[in-house]
Each structure stands twice: as structure tokens, then as C-alpha cells.
Design a binder for this molecule. Structure first.
Ligand code: ADP
Ligand code: F6P
Length: 319
């Protein structure tokens, strides 16, 4: 049997660990593995390489993706998806492992509807997939962001400044929520909840200062909007020196944490096992403390909310 594997969408630390697990388990089970470079673009370009156990040596500890990744807008077209399914068949690829986020799974679901057996492995720093509590890369990203925010705290405290620190997450607030709690910030702005009331933030900044606490750290998810503009307006409203810091792509890079390496290894090996066991078009998930899998089309219907208990608790801790 021949299987294909690709990484797609924003890269995430741990994608390489998942790829390694897919390849090594497939080799043990007697399969041939073809790596498709640059995500869905690589199918269209037939940018396909043979992979064996040695090809994935020394990648477990590295960030990024050895197979490269891409955002392929052409692949949104139905006729291009037909063409991609034909190319996969032409190369004898009987099943395709897609390591990526929500968009990549939507692409995989299109291929599934065209008769390709796809297996999704959730990998995105955003942790925004409803079907799973965990996505590969999230743990590394929040630890990278947390360390950076700690450093911003030192300088903000020394200058008695306020700051708005923008973290990634697309339209989800998971990274901001975890850093908000983990860094003990004064305020977190989450797209799922933010009401846009900047006057209220300014009042809280002034009240905090009046109490004698001369630091005000705001973690803002990128989905909330422009952090620089917000910092400028808060400075104007309060008279408090307020800096904007945009953490950006450092959150996507770096060596994966142990958790990301281990969970990616488990998820990659599970995707291969599903193929080996004759299952069709599933996604590997981690839900309520257990690894499992579900139908890819069903997985796309599940919405994700922020954990209410975390939100309630964080309100008590911010003082
Ligand atoms: P992620 O997988 O990290 O969410 P994107 O949203 O950028 O990243 O999606 C990655 C790629 O998946 C896109 O560039 C496109 O090729 C494909 N894709 C995204 N959404 C769809 C869709 N609705 N239908 C088909 N393919 C999609
Ligand atoms: O989905 C991962 C992510 O890093 C988001 O948090 C962010 O909105 C986006 O990708 C940035 O994408 P790009 O690297 O294409 O600018």
C-alpha cells in the first residue's frame, strides 16, 4: 500500500514529529510513503518525494515542517480539487495524511468527497479546532509567548508603563487566554468576548494605578484588532505611557515542547493506524483526556468555545 502525507496552512512546532510518526509507523507496517511538499500546492505541482525511516531522522526536535507548507488559494476551486484527486490516484496514493488546521481539514474533506481516503492530524498554534481539545503546536506557542511576555513585564514594571501585547490565534482567543492566566496580566482581550469598550479599559487602568499598582499588562488576541492603535488611544485617554508589542511569528517557530513532541507522535501514529486498519476519512482528536478519532465531515461541524471555568477563575485572579 502507498500513502501520502503533507503539511498545510500555518506551520506549527510538532508537525515534524507527527510526520516522523506517520512515516516510521507506515514503514513498520510495510507501506510505501510519499511526502507531498508545500501542502495542497504540492499535489497540483506533483512535488512528491519518497520518504523512508531515514528521511525523517533528526526532525523530531525541530520546529517548522520538513515538507514545507503553503496556503494554496487555487485549491478552493472545485475543478482544482477534482484535478488534485486525479493526481493523487495517478501517483498510486491510496490514502493521504493531512497535518494542518481547520482550513487544511476543509480541503481534506473535499478530497474525501472525491473518493480519496484522508486522515487529518490537527496541527495549528491557534488551538481553534472544535473537534479536539488539543492541536499540535499550541503548547510550544504558549510557552514561547509566555516567556516573551515575562520579559515585557520586567521592562514595563521598571518604567511603570502599561502595554498591549498582541498574540496570534486568528479569530480564536486560546493563546491569549492561556498567556493571560499564565502571565498574570491585568487584562485579556479575547475575540470571543470583547465588547470594544475602550473607555472601560481606560477606567480600569486608572483605577489600578490609583490603588498603587503601576503596571498594567494587557494581552490582546490578534482577532480583537490593531494593538498599536489601541495602545495609542489608551495612552491618550489615561495619560499613562502605553506601548504596543506584537509578538508575531516568533510564536510559530522553535523546537517543540515535550508535550507537543509526544502528542504529535501519538497523533501521527494513530493516523497511520487508522489507515492500516481500513478506516476511511477520519481525524485524530484528543478529547476529555483521551485520544480518539471522528469522521472528518462531522469534525468540521463542531464549534469551539473558550473554557468557561478558566474564564471565571481568571476574573478572580485579576486584581
Ligand atoms: P490552516 O489549515 O492552518 O487553518 P488555512 O486556513 O490557511 O490554514 O488553510 C490551508 C489551506 O487549506 C488553504 O491554503 C487551502 O489550500 C486549503 N483550504 C482552506 N479552506 C478550504 C476550503 N474551504 N475548501 C478547500 N480547501 C481549503
Ligand atoms: O493559523 C496560524 C497563524 O499563525 C494565525 O495565528 C495567524 O493569524 C496566521 O497564522 C498568520 O499567517 P501568516 O503566517 O500567513 O501571516
Amino acid at each position: 500500500m502507498t500513502i501520502g502525507v503533507l503539511t498545510s496552512g500555518g506551520d506549527a512546532p510538532g508537525m515534524n514529529a507527527a510526520l516522523r510518526a506517520v512515516v516510521r509507523c507506515a514503514v513498520v507496517d510495510g507501506m510505501q510513503v510519499k511526502g507531498i511538499r508545500h501542502g495542497y500546492q504540492g499535489i497540483l505541482d506533483e512535488d512528491i518525494i519518497d520518504l523512508d525511516s531515514l528521511s525523517v531522522a533528526n526532525i523530531l526536535t525541530t520546529g517548522g515542517t520538513m515538507l514545507k507548507t503553503a496556503r494554496c488559494l487555487e485549491f478552493l476551486k472545485s475543478e482544482v480539487q477534482d484535478q488534485a484527486a486525479d493526481i493523487l490516484r495517478k501517483h498510486g496514493i491510496e490514502a493521504l495524511v493531512v497535518i494542518g488546521g481547520d482550513g487544511s481539514f476543509r480541503g481534506a474533506a473535499e478530497l474525501a468527497q472525491r473518493g480519496i481516503n484522508v486522515m487529518g492530524v490537527p496541527a495549528t498554534i491557534d488551538n481553534d479546532l472544535g473537534c479536539t481539545d488539543y492541536t499540535i503546536g499550541f503548547d510550544t506557542a504558549i510557552n514561547t509567548a509566555m516567556e516573551a511576555i515575562d520579559k515585557v513585564r520586567d521592562t514595563s514594571a521598571s518604567h511603570e508603563r502599561a502595554c498591549v501585547i498582541e498574540v496570534m490565534g486568528r479569530s480564536a482567543g486560546y493563546i491569549a487566554l492561556y498567556c493571560g492566566i499564565g502571565n498574570g496580566v491585568e487584562e485579556m482581550l479575547l475575540p470571543e468576548l470583547y465588547d470594544g469598550n475602550e473607555d472601560a479599559i481606560a477606567e480600569r487602568m486608572l483605577a489600578t494605578r490609583a490603588k498603587g499598582k503601576n503596571i498594567y499588562m494587557i494581552v490582546s488576541a490578534e482577532g480583537v484588532g490593531d494593538a498599536s492603535g489601541l495602545a495609542g488611544r489608551l495612552k491618550e485617554k489615561t495619560g499613562i505611557d502605553t506601548k504596543a508589542i506584537i509578538l508575531g511569528h516568533i510564536q510559530r517557530g522553535g523546537s517543540p515542547t515535550c508535550m507537543d513532541r509526544v502528542y504529535a507522535s501519538v497523533m501521527g501514529s494513530r493516523a497511520e493506524a487508522l489507515i492500516r486498519d481500513g478506516k476511511r476519512s477520519r481525524v485524530v482528536i484528543y478529547k476529555n483526556g483521551e485520544f480518539g478519532d471522528m469522521d472528518i465531515l462531522d469534525s468540521l461541524m463542531v464549534r469551539k468555545a473558550l473554557p468557561n471555568d478558566f474564564l471565571m477563575m481568571s476574573r478572580k485572579l485579576i486584581r
